[in-house]
Design a protein around this ligand. Structure first.
Ligand code: NAP
Length: 238
């Protein structure tokens, strides 16, 4: 495949390495220094674009991909308040979009496990649920998109909690999501069920960015010949 990387930063560079390892070409790489090259003409021969920039840039970049008929994998998080607008644009243009708060295969298995555990714990109201996430200090959004996906997975499967809140909360119906920012941490997410008798914890620790990058390239391979809106769940459990 011929891949475009929109956002040639920490993730973009890692994605390039993974794409080349999997036998693809990366013929267009866009950073803040060459945005003038992000044109319909340069997208003509691109099979899939992979977008990892920042929350305020993602929507415009996705629109350019959709309007130029380029399937796009979006790893950028923090833009989901505009999801309906994007979804309409994808339908109107018969386009292709895959979005993922986290592209890593391990995290997507963790998402599934998290939902199953939340359901299992419904009968055991003596356990309180809390979440924590830790990322590097450059991360712009908090809580992370991955933490929000985990929180939503709990809310939709557990009767005790009906709202997630940033930081600590003592209200029984609220799921507290605490964010930590520490130098050089690629991403750690933890869900804790605590009772007076014992604790149950599930935790995903990314050791580096490679898992996100390989997942993004696998997602690109998956959508190259498809139309519509997809998530990593489609890639993994289709
Ligand atoms: N879904 C996942 O699995 C996953 C995993 C990790 C991270 N993320 C998310 O991915 C996003 C990027 O993370 P990162 O760590 O790679 O950030 P980063 O290192 O800051 O990279 C962002 C890149 O975007 C470029 N950029 C700036 N303006 C642009 C524009 N107008 N058009 C195109 N590119 C532009 C920047 O260019 P310059 O280099 O010139 O400044 C930079 O190279 C974040 O939202 C992060 O939360 C998602």
């Amino acid at each position: 495949m011929n891949i475009a990387i929109i956002g040639y930063g920490k993730m973009g560079r890692e994605i390039e390495r993974s794409a080349l390892e999997r036998g693809h070409n990366v013929s267009l790489k866009i950073s803040s220094k060459n945005t003038h090259e992000f044109t319909f003409n340069n997208l003509k021969n691109i099979d899939v674009a992979i977008e990892f920039t920042s929350p305020e840039l993602a929507v415009n970049n996705i629109n350019i991909c959709i309007e130029s008929n380029t399937p796009v994998v979006v790893g950028t998080t923090g833009w989901y308040d505009k999801f309906n607008e994007i979804s309409t644009r994808v339908s109107e243009n018969n386009g292709t979009l895959l979005y993922a708060t986290n592209c890593s295969i391990g995290v997507n298995l963790f998402f599934k496990l998290n939902k199953q555990l939340a359901q299992l714990m419904n009968k055991h109201k003596e356990y309180d649920i809390k979440m924590e996430e830790t990322h590097h200090v450059q991360k712009l959004d908090a809580p992370s998109g991955t933490a929000i996906t985990l929180a939503e997975g709990i809310l939709s499967n557990n009767e005790e909690k009906d709202l997630w809140v940033k930081g600590g909360s003592k209200a029984q119906n609220q799921l507290s999501v605490v964010s930590h920012r520490i130098e050089n941490v690629p991403g750690t997410h933890q869900v804790n069920y605590t009772s007076a008798i014992d604790d149950i914890e599930i935790k995903h620790t990314a050791h580096n960015r490679k898992g996100f990058a390989i997942g993004a390239v696998i997602a690109a391979e998956y959508i190259a010949d498809k139309k519509g809106i997809f998530t990593m769940e489609d890639v993994l459990f289709d």
